[in-house]
Design a protein around this ligand. Structure first.
Ligand code: ZN
Length: 220
């Protein structure tokens, strides 16, 4: 096992309300097997979020980190959401960074994500035993059904909850603000897995690199 990067590092952010810099401790690497509290904070949408000391607005530093969870064989490089448009440039280096964190003998699933919601989605899927490639195919079905009216430009779909009855998929605008929640029955996932031949071309497109996300087709 090679040495994971250290951290956290203090990062200065501007409060969206009052301007002055707020300091947030930003992680460079998360070892989720040992630091389960950090994993929990990702799921609760609170990691790297602080209250502005002047106006109490919540300020959150975007992720720029590697995430390792050996128990589930999951390795994720997370970038700020605003870098999503540069995924093609960032993907190869991200994979190198993950391999360094993994060390020579580790095996598992390597993923690249942009923004907290995308990281949280991978953890939710892992917890629920959902294959994330199938989940992206499900999003393609949902997006096709949303053609009238069409999705706003730059919109994203993110899994935000899994229950026994259904999956909740949130539609977000290009700034990451939630627009609506879609309540999706689990059967739709089963329909996709039942038709591997029909999905074969998209399957290989989605698996072409560690950025397993419909956005690699939309923003190709
Ligand atoms: Zn403030």
């Amino acid at each position: 096992m090679s040495t994971p990067p250290g951290g956290p590092d203090p990062v200065q952010l501007d409060c969206p309300q009052c301007g002055p810099s707020v300091v947030v401790q930003a992680h460079r690497h998360i070892d989720a097997d040992h630091d389960t509290g950090l994993r929990q904070a990702i799921l609760q949408d609170t990691l790297q979020q602080v209250e502005c000391p002047h106006c109490q607005a919540l300020v959150r530093a975007e992720p720029r980190l590697t995430y390792a969870e050996i128990a589930r064989g999951l390795w994720v490089a997370a970038f700020p959401h605003e870098q999503l448009g540069a995924w093609q440039t960032l993907e190869p280096g991200a994979l190198d960074a993950l391999r360094q964190v993994q060390g020579p003998n580790a095996r598992g699933t390597e993923r690249v994500v942009f923004g907290w919601r995308a990281l949280r989605e991978k953890l939710l899927a892992a917890d629920a035993g959902l294959d994330d490639v199938t989940l992206e195919k499900l999003k393609l079905l949902l997006m096709r059904d949303m053609q009238a009216p069409p999705l706003p430009l730059g919109a994203e779909l993110r899994l935000s909850e899994v229950s026994a009855q259904s999956l909740i998929v949130t539609v977000l605008d290009r700034q990451g603000r939630p627009l609506e929640n879609l309540d999706v029955p689990h059967d739709l996932l089963a329909d996709i897995t039942a038709d591997p031949e029909g999905w074969a071309p998209l399957d290989s497109d989605l698996r072409a690199g560690p950025f397993v996300d419909v956005q690699r087709l939309v923003r190709g």
